[in-house]
Design a protein around this ligand. Structure first.
Ligand SMILES: Nc1ncnc2c1ncn2[C@@H]1O[C@H](COP(=O)(O)OP(=O)(O)OP(=O)(O)O)[C@@H](O)[C@H]1O
Length: 551
């Protein structure tokens, strides 16, 4: 048997691009994308992607390894680029539309992008970003399709497509380790890092996205998660593999999501917890059952409970830009857990869970690298190992070496493992509050405050403290439409004192009309930390009870 192994038939490079042609063959006449009044079929999407790949290589002379960037919301063109750009051999780099021109310039410079596609809404931003670059990428506006090709009087996305060959022989990767996407992290804790994934890792991540939150054949998938964020957790490719329908929206709020569900009979959607909070705040009736996958930040149990009460079925998962798809999920033990009271089910579901079937290993380790005790209390760092982890950070060997060591990828997230083997994230290492020498989990404090009926959003960060070094400071957005007087600082502190050890009770509560967020709805705690720091040290007079006298 030792003579057997890879051969010319069994070792073609893994790539997610092969899903498209199959969808066009199997479901050529079925809708691939619905966007306002525009509907494409899989046969049309296939041809448009081949045209894009052909025009990029034939007309713009893009070759393997070149970076092609795009700044756009969830439009058909954005979806097509997930296939068409790498089918030319290029590396797709999606850029967050909420970044400012200076940051976009820095990313374009860092990635050496050759082309920048900019949706017409973001053209002024893109122009200003490229204007300061010594070797700017070619800037191409992404316009809406037109039936009259004479309207294309300058090089635009649609004009470029009209030049391309729909029978183009797309550029297959020479190796599955060839780069396919470059994604910058959210910049929640520091400057964004350029994460590079290979065809192999995205193929595996897409298979993971298909199986760990099972997508049946022909799902109707609503895009609320931006594709520019970690390629929408690899769902552009996964939905093609399932020959589903992509419902594209540029922007939305709670009622708009309900409208889109009703109009299109949506079956699946991915959403950050902040979107769940939006849904929980509406008083609409769900017309049909919808599966939601939530990840990106810890979903408070109170929000999970409210959303499930509306009829949504929520799966909770955990991942990073570095994993493409999610790596860990709260695999639901139906028979065992379905009969539990609603509140208990929500608490179980707010745990991040166990590795998915495609991720090889996930653990929580202490500073010596040993697994922490499975006691639900001992904290350590989440580490991951598996085929869909990134290749590394672009041009940042130091950060890559810091993150990947000893056979593990170090996530920087702090967690415990419960006796049943399910992990629960307590914080990001950078967000842990150290008060009087004790570590306080900001996530734990947030989940209690979230239970208050008037609280819409909350984030807890460290505020310098004269006596304890740091104490928790809560930033709260009051829920829209709350009846009666808004809660006061004293009321929320009292709420916490009844429900948590006194030393972790926030000493300060600040009410804000909005909490600062990244484009994916993550609260930017570093901004709040700066505000808390500028507030100066909390006075020693009203010190919380010391950790040694917990209640
Ligand atoms: N289900 C979840 N529960 C708790 N935290 C989560 C969950 N899913 C993701 N996260 C958080 O999101 C992080 C990954 O986010 P992402 O890759 O978008 O970049 P970022 O870490 O927010 O940005 P940066 O690394 O630039 O600060 C994880 O490390 C974790 O802290």
């Amino acid at each position: 048997m030792e003579k057997l192994g890879p051969n010319s038939a069994n070792s073609s490079p893994l790539t997610p691009l092969i899903f498209l042609e199959r969808a066009a063959t199997v479901s050529g006449d079925s809708p691939s994308i619905v966007y306002n009044k525009t509907v494409y079929t899989w046969a049309q999407t296939h041809r448009r992607c081949l045209r894009l790949a052909s025009a990029l290589s034939g007309h713009l002379h893009i070759s393997s390894g070149d970076v092609v960037s795009v700044i756009s919301q969830n439009t058909p063109a954005m979806y097509e680029m997930h296939f068409g750009v790498p089918m030319s051999g290029a590396v797709l780099n999606t850029i967050n539309v909420r970044l400012d021109a200076r940051t976009i310039s820095a990313l374009l410079l860092h990635s050496s992008a050759r082309v920048l596609f900019a949706d017409e809404l973001f053209l002024p931003l893109a122009r200003s970003a490229v204007s300061v670059l010594p070797n700017p990428p070619l800037l191409l506006p992404v316009d809406e399709p037109s039936t009259n090709s004479s309207t294309y009087n300058h090089l635009t996305y649609e004009f470029l497509l009209s030049l391309g060959d729909p029978d183009f022989q797309w550029v297959r990767p020479a190796t599955e380790w060839a780069a396919v996407v470059l994604n910058y992290t959210s910049g929640t804790t520091s400057s964004p890092k350029g994460v590079v994934h290979s065809h192999r890792s995205v193929f595996l991540a897409a298979v993971n996205s298909l199986t760990a939150w099972p997508l049946p054949l022909h799902p109707v998938y609503l895009w609320t998660l931006p594709m520019f964020h970690a390629n929408g957790w690899c769902y552009p490719w996964a939905v093609a593999a399932a020959a589903g329908t992509n419902i594209c929206l540029r922007s939305f709020d709670g009622p708009a999501i309900f409208d889109a569900i009703a109009e299109n009979r949506v079956t699946h959607l991915c959403a950050a917890p902040v979107v769940l909070a939006m849904l929980a705040d509406t008083d609409r009736v769900l017309p049909n059952q919808v599966q939601i996958l939530t990840a990106g930040s810890p979903p408070p149990a109170a929000v999970l409970r409210r959303v499930e009460a509306l009829g949504f079925v929520v799966t909770h998962a955990y991942g990073l830009t570095e994993t493409g798809s999610f790596a860990v999920s709260c695999a639901w033990k139906g028979d065992e857990w379905n009969g539990l009271p609603e509140a208990e089910r929500a608490v179980l579901k707010s745990r991040q869970g166990v590795r998915t079937a495609v991720m090889e290993a996930a653990d929580v380790v202490d500073e010596t690298g040993e697994s922490v005790a499975r006691d639900g209390e001992t904290r350590g760092v989440v580490v991951l190992r598996g085929g869909y982890l990134m290749m590394g950070y672009l041009a940042d060997g130091e950060a890559t070496a810091e993150a990947v060591k000893g056979g593990w990828f170090y996530t920087g997230d702090v967690a415990v493992v419960h006796p049943d083997g399910y992990m629960e994230i307590k914080d990001r290492a950078k967000d842990v509050i150290i008060s009087g020498g004790e570590n306080i989990s900001s996530v734990e404090v947030e989940s209690v405050i979230h239970g208050h009926p008037a609280v819409g959003e909350v984030a807890v960060v460290a505020r310098p403290d004269e006596r304890w070094g740091e104490t928790p400071c809560a930033f709260v957005k009051v829920k829209a439409g709350v009846k009666g007087a808004a809660p006061t600082e004293a009321e929320l502190i009292g709420w916490c004192r009844e429900r948590m050890p006194h030393y972790i009770v926030p000493k300060t509560v600040v009410f804000l009309p909005e909490l600062p967020k990244t484009s994916t709805g993550k609260i930017q705690k570093y901004i709040l930390k700066n505000i808390a720091r500028e507030m100066g040290p909390a006075a020693a007079g009203v010190a919380p009870v010391s950790p040694t006298s917990r209640i």
